[in-house]
Ligand binder design. Structure first.
Ligand code: PLP
Length: 453
């Protein structure tokens, strides 16, 4: 085990947006795709740990990590070294045709986190989360010989055709793009704060399970369903943790009807919730897992993990030119070193998963404490450093407008953050966040919320 030297602590400095930022944003608006959103005037120049400095020298505290991606923060020396070493060896050969030791050993490391005695798993590598999701759907259809896929409302699975079809969070992802993939249905997600189907926080998991079985009676033949895909903790939909009985219930239902259970761990996985995969907070095992985002600290990599008994697609039936790229794989190895504690990040305890659990608990407790002062903070929820803060109107309905104001005001005070759901701010910082850095972020949040009262 190696311990790295303590990183320098940059000073928070905000005078946004500076002249260089404004100029780049103007050029960006002239030449880049009209589909890109530009909610915050910030153009990064370099990063260091949980801090990002823009082209004008403003330094911000990063509480969103490029949408839950930068697991090890910015420019982590261990990750940088691994990438540099690999890039001087070779950058590409094509994993579809040739094995590479660096991806073989990465697969061996990844499956160790999900394999149970007597149950072997295999890995397919992609470049992104959406590609991993596409692969999961193809595999489930190919393996079962069935077509239909059930997904959840509020979900997000990516931007490719299959993935937008499965996605259930915003209509703008689909408007004008049809026709989409056939044979996909959506069922409610059991959100304990806003229980669907007339249920309660306690009964919403069972209510959704009953709803699915109801579909099988009158609408959808269960023996035509290939898979149910679900985020074990919903990300884009609002950082929602389902009730404890939901995922095991889904497993039982899938077993009853011979349906594949796919857990999309792209956002909540890779240590973010305090365990390697978020489903590991529940007593359940899926058939297929999709991963990406945090897996390689920002290098493009996705992975589909599947039970060997399920990964039955034939030779040549699926592949990718870049998927499992050796440089991204090097970044993933070094990320795993820090997540598993093979290499220790100073000030973050034994490993980054434990750190996420502990610092996340501290943030949750502080935010829950703030609810008394700020009645518009309707719900504080999550696990580890996967935390959602839901803004509500006096009648309890979601207050998206207030959330937007809060998000921008926090940004202006130096806190990079991002919205999700209808009225939620997601807190998804790098997993190297220390308690002191968390306290700095919380102070910015508290000051901001006072101005909104
Ligand atoms: C749960 C989930 N699945 C899939 C994706 C798509 O990943 P990517 O943007 O890498 O294609 C995302 C992205 O936000 C996600 O949150």
């Amino acid at each position: 085990m190696t311990t790295l030297p303590k990183p320098r602590q940059p000073e928070l400095k905000t005078a946004l947006p500076g002249p260089k930022t404004a100029s780049i944003m103007e050029r960006d608006s002239q030449h880049l795709s009209t589909s890109y959103m530009r909610p915050y005037p910030f153009v990064p120049d370099h990063g260091e740990g949980v801090w990002l400095t823009d082209v004008d020298g403003n330094t911000m505290l990063d509480f969103f990590a490029g949408i839950a991606v930068s697991t090890t923060g910015h420019a982590h020396p261990h990750v940088v070294k691994a990438v540099q070493e690999q890039i001087t060896k070779f950058t590409h050969v094509c994993l579809t045709d040739y094995p590479q030791e660096i991806t073989t050993s990465l697969a061996e490391r990844l499956v160790k986190h999900v394999e149970k005695p007597g149950e072997k798993w295999r890995v397919f590598f992609s470049n992104s989360g959406a590609e991993a999701v596409e692969a999961a759907v193809k595999l489930a259809r190919n393996h079962t010989g069935r077509q239909h896929i059930i997904s959840t409302m509020g979900s997000f699975h990516g931007r490719t055709y299959g993935a937008i079809t499965l996605t259930g969070s915003k209509t703008k992802y689909k408007r004008g793009f049809g026709p989409l993939l056939p044979a996909v249905s959506h069922v409610p997600y059991p959100n304990p704060f806003r229980p669907p189907l007339g249920s309660t926080a306690e009964t919403c998991g069972q209510a959704v399970l009953d709803h699915i079985e109801g579909l099988f009676v009158g609408i959808l033949p269960a023996d035509e369903v290939a898979a149910i895909i679900v985020e074990p903790m919903q990300g884009e939909g609002g950082y929602i943790v389902p009730p404890a009985d939901f995922l095991p219930g889904l497993r039982a239902l899938c077993d009853k009807y011979g349906i594949m259970l796919i857990f999309d761990e792209v956002q909540a996985g890779m240590g973010r919730t305090g365990k390697m995969f978020s489903f590991q907070h529940f007593d359940v095992q899926p058939d297929i897992i999709t991963s990406a985002k945090g897996i390689a600290s920002g290098m493009p990599l996705g992975a589909l993990l599947a039970k060997e008994s399920v990964m039955t697609w034939p030779v040549g039936s699926h592949g990718s030119t870049y998927g499992g790229n050796p440089v991204a794989a090097a970044a993933a190895h070094s990320t795993l070193d820090l997540l598993e504690g093979k290499v220790q990040h100073p000030g973050c305890g034994a490993n980054l998963m434990d750190n996420a659990a502990q610092v996340g608990e501290f943030i949750m407790a502080e935010l829950k404490g703030m609810q008394a002062e700020f009645p518009f903070l309707g719900d504080v929820r999550g696990r580890g450093l996967f935390i959602g803060l839901e803004f509500v109107k006096p009648d309890g309905s979601p207050d998206g407008a207030l959330r937007d104001r809060a998000s921008m005001a926090m940004f202006e005070r130096g806190l990079l953050n991002l919205d999700c759901g209808e009225a939620v701010i997601r807190i998804s910082p790098p997993l190297i966040l220390t308690r002191e850095e968390a306290a700095t972020g919380l102070e910015i949040m508290r000051e901001t919320l006072r101005t909104l009262k």
